[in-house]
Design a protein. Structure first.
Length: 451
């Protein structure tokens, strides 16, 4: 990924997002992503694509550079306003940038791989709410990829049986959303604002990033009150590591199942403490599953017993087709056996990962163990990178295979507080505390299972 992308798409006429964008050898990337003047990410993009080709002699794991092989490297992507009733988004996007691709005879087969890599952006809104508590308005960002593989026509040439797409996100979130929120309001006499006035805004914005990883609790509030404990976050989360103590490489979705982690939150470090979770009003939210009990406020109370007609039409518990799947993963239903692995690492580790080639589509955690035996400390914040590896598996090689990966996207609220009443409730629930459930990890290792 380039360090100095020159082509710039300024999209302010359609939304409050701004960024630079270019087609890299690996695919489409955006840089310097901001929303309404608030820094969000240094860069987001596709860094690796692989196809597993199977024939009578066995299987071959083949790397693909979508940019080099199927796009126009170094060129600007297309930009288009998304139709008002786009079927791909529950939260309506205002515009997209996209780059189509097509590669013939993938891995020497008779099949082609085509599609569109796309970044879509929404206006700031709190309707529909982004989280059940409706704490803050947010803009949403979808770095999704649509693919299609042609049917197999010659059995002797084998077939593409799985695809793996690795995305990279380098967060760059400023400090905000603490209880001492007035210290972060622009215009106040703060250290950050003094630095910004003397040296320019970029120096003030480069703060270490902290992250937390969570698995939501599925039961109703009544069940939680009776049976869950009252440690910080325990009424909401079944498992939590906030802030992450060390780098991590682990599972989110396993063959379409949901027994991994559910979400990641990222925020800018500040010595006053960590942000609130749930209800983080300032930071990067990345969810690929919501609990069955958070589809709306009624379902929070009733949990799994809430009838479908009584559930509000929230993103939580809906797939990209709008079907209700309370507690299910937010994946394309055309590819039910989807795997999602996720890592939060230092930049140097991410760079080393990019230089490696996995042994197969299941080789993810092992790649980080090859880089170093033990994960590095990131508890107090660092220059971190999120790597999301998504694998989709083919069901029928004789038919055209389609799908969308990364349909859940991210969202970015940047309110400096949540209001007095919400803040009180969050404080009582221990939302502003470090959260380690079921217990604080004692062994420094890469794969930390939430179960």
């Amino acid at each position: 990924m380039t360090d100095d992308p020159k082509p710039v798409t300024a999209s302010g006429e359609m939304t409050d997002w701004s960024y630079a964008t270019i087609i890299e050898p690996e695919g489409l990337c955006v840089y310097g992503v901001e929303h309404d003047g608030h820094v969000f990410a240094d860069h987001v993009g596709l860094i690796k694509t692989y196809a597993t080709h199977v024939d009578t002699s066995g299987s071959t794991f083949v790397p693909i550079d979508l940019g080099t092989e199927g796009m126009k490297v170094g060129k600007q992507p297309y930009i288009d306003k998304v139709p008002a009733r786009s079927p791909d988004f529950y939260y309506l996007a205002s515009h997209s940038i996209y780059a189509p691709f097509r590669i013939n005879n993938v891995a020497g087969s008779d099949q082609s791989l085509g599609g569109v890599q796309r970044f879509s952006f929404t206006e700031t809104s709190d309707t529909p709410r982004h989280e059940t508590a409706q704490v803050a308005a947010a803009g949403r960002f979808y770095p999704d990829l649509h693919f299609a593989v042609s049917p197999q026509t010659d059995e002797d040439q084998g077939a593409i049986e799985s695809l793996r797409f690795d995305f990279q996100i380098k967060p760059d979130v400023g400090p905000g959303g603490r209880r001492e929120s007035s210290a972060f309001i622009p215009g106040e006499l703060t250290f950050d604002n003094i630095i910004e006035s003397l040296f320019g805004e970029d120096i003030a914005k480069q703060v270490p990033q902290q992250a937390g990883m969570f698995r939501d609790r599925d039961h109703s509030l009544l069940h939680r009150a009776l049976f869950a404990g009252w440690r910080p976050g325990e009424q909401v989360f079944e498992a939590a590591e906030k802030p992450l103590l060390w780098e991590i490489a682990t599972s989110g979705i396993i063959e379409g199942g949901t027994r991994g982690w559910d979400n990641i939150h990222v925020w800018g470090y500040h010595p006053s403490g960590v942000v609130s979770t749930p209800g983080m009003p300032y930071g990067m939210h990345l969810h690929w599953r919501w609990s069955a009990g958070t589809t709306n406020r009624l379902s929070m109370l009733m949990g799994d017993w809430t009838p479908d007609f009584a559930r509000a039409p929230e993103l939580a518990g809906r797939d990209i087709s709008g079907n209700m799947v309370p507690g299910g993963p937010l994946i394309d239903p055309r590819n039910p056996l989807t795997d999602l692995r996720i890592a939060v690492v230092k930049k140097a580790t991410a760079d080393a990962y990019t230089a490696l080639t996995p042994d197969g589509h299941d080789d993810f955690v092992g790649m980080f163990k090859k880089i170093k035996a033990k994960p590095a400390d990131i508890e107090d914040g660092d220059e971190i990178v999120i790597i999301i590896s998504i694998v989709v598996h083919r069901k029928d090689r004789t038919k055209r295979w389609r799908g969308t990966v990364f349909p859940h996207g991210l969202f970015f609220p940047h309110a400096y507080d949540v209001g007095y009443l919400a803040e009180n409730a969050l404080t009582q629930a221990g939302a502003y505390n470090p959260q380690y459930l079921d217990r604080k990890p004692a062994i420094r290792r890469w794969e930390r299972d939430p179960n």
